[in-house]
Design a protein around this ligand. Structure first.
Ligand SMILES: *Cc1c(COP(=O)(O)O)cnc(C)c1O
Length: 397
């Protein structure tokens, strides 16, 4: 397919792999292919590369390298944290607190644990997607063993009060896990300052390869082994290491954290301009998420009287990649659980569009979106009988 223009605005779904990251990975597919558990030189070389990457992660998050464990994805890190703590601390209690807006990697894991006899509280969020610290405190019982609250939401971009949540968890002696998959590379994270016990991250959300993630496990945290087998990852997550992937993750997190401020300034300026122009130029539009406590690259809108899926297809024909809800829920007709949780009625949640900026985006990309999006929204609305009535003044909204 040839396209004059291709504007990728779905960086919360995944990012491309940066050239310098790919370059560091490549030798580990070919001449440096040794198994990191082997004792001959190319094995030791792989082992060294894995440990270097572990150091890069530790440095990026300000923790000890011994507290970093590689996984096959952000989803796996979430599963490990939540199930690992639940099953290892069952004699202490069976209560878990999470939120209604978690990624499915946490949400579906909690639902599975309910079938296994655990009690789960799903904290509601306010209209901006924020949890209430008061409600969190009230939900805690003497059976609570884990609080799992995401750092930043993948759909609406809302950033939670992680520092305060960590303090509450610490005060009560409850483990605190955070899914920081969207936060790493977008929000500064200092694990010496934050009372986080477990933190999940995923390489392909910060310009590294897909299929590799990590779980930070603070020293002393009691949790079960997730994958039984060999002695890899100190026997806690078995399986021959994805050396090239791990090398890519390390290189990518180092770049992401070093460039964080520059990256944030750039993409938040693009996001702010887009939000302003969309809100100014397209009537019957709502901005979802928090006005300021949000990821630098995230814009999420609901356009009344239209279907998000049709909008996505029409944008795609014009070379713009965005998403409605999240990638994991596209393809299903249910509106996003996150948009329903912030109180959107079904029909408005259905007309949502998430555009997420990244490193390669430019002012011209915003201009192009503003050239293409308003007429598409208008054309789709013209197919809506309800919109016709509103325009003729028969009906108020
Ligand atoms: C992408 C994402 C995940 C899943 O990570 P994968 O590496 O794609 O499995 C989990 N949580 C959040 C918030 C995400 O955005």
């Amino acid at each position: 397919m040839t396209m004059d223009k291709y504007v990728y605005l779905d960086h919360s779904a995944t990012t491309y792999v940066k050239g310098e990251v790919l370059e560091k990975m490549l030798p580990y597919f070919t001449q440096k292919f040794g198994n990191a558990s082997s004792i001959y030189s190319i094995g030791r070389e792989s082992k060294k590369a894995v440990e270097e990457s572990r150091d890069q992660v530790a440095k990026a998050l300000n923790c000890n390298a011994k507290e970093v464990f590689f996984t096959a994805s952000g989803t796996e890190a979430d599963n490990w944290a939540v199930k690992g703590v639940a099953f290892a601390n069952r004699e202490k209690g069976n209560h878990i607190i999470t939120t209604a807006i978690e990624h499915h990697a946490v949400l579906h894991t909690c639902q599975y644990l309910e079938k296994e006899g655990f009690d789960v509280t799903y904290l509601p969020v306010d209209e901006y997607g924020l949890v209430s610290l008061e409600q969190l405190k009230k939900a805690i019982t003497d059976k609570t063993i884990l609080i799992s609250i995401m750092f930043a939401n993948n759909e609406i971009g809302t950033i939670q009060p992680i520092e305060e949540i960590g303090k509450i968890a610490k005060e009560k002696g409850i483990y605190f896990h955070t899914d920081a998959v969207q936060a790493v590379g977008n929000v500064p994270i200092d694990l010496q300052k934050l009372n986080i016990d477990l933190l999940s991250l995923s390489s392909h959300k910060f310009y590294g390869p897909k299929g590799v993630g990590a779980l930070f496990i603070r020293k002393g945290v009691k949790l079960h082994t997730f994958v039984q087998g060999g002695a890899q990852e100190k026997g806690r997550r078995a399986g021959t290491e994805n050396v090239a992937g791990i090398v890519g993750l390390g290189a990518a997190i180092e770049l992401a954290v070093n460039d964080l401020e520059k990256h944030n300034n750039k993409i938040s300026a693009l996001r702010d301009r887009l939000i302003k122009e969309v809100m100014d130029r397209i009537p019957y539009t709502r901005l979802n998420g928090h006005p300021t406590q949000r990821l630098p690259g995230n814009a999420n809108f609901s356009f009344e009287f239209i279907e998000g899926e049709s909008l996505l297809l029409m944008l795609d024909m014009k070379g713009i990649a965005g998403s409605s809800g999240s990638a994991c829920t596209s393809g299903s007709l249910d509106p996003s659980h996150v948009l329903l949780s912030i109180g959107l009625p079904h029909e408005i949640a259905h007309g949502s569009l998430r555009l997420t900026f990244g490193d390669e985006n430019t002012q011209e990309d915003v201009d192009y979106v503003m050239e293409v999006l308003p007429p598409i929204v208008e054309r789709l609305r013209e197919m809506s009988p309800l919109y016709e009535e509103v325009k003729r003044g028969v009906k108020n909204v």
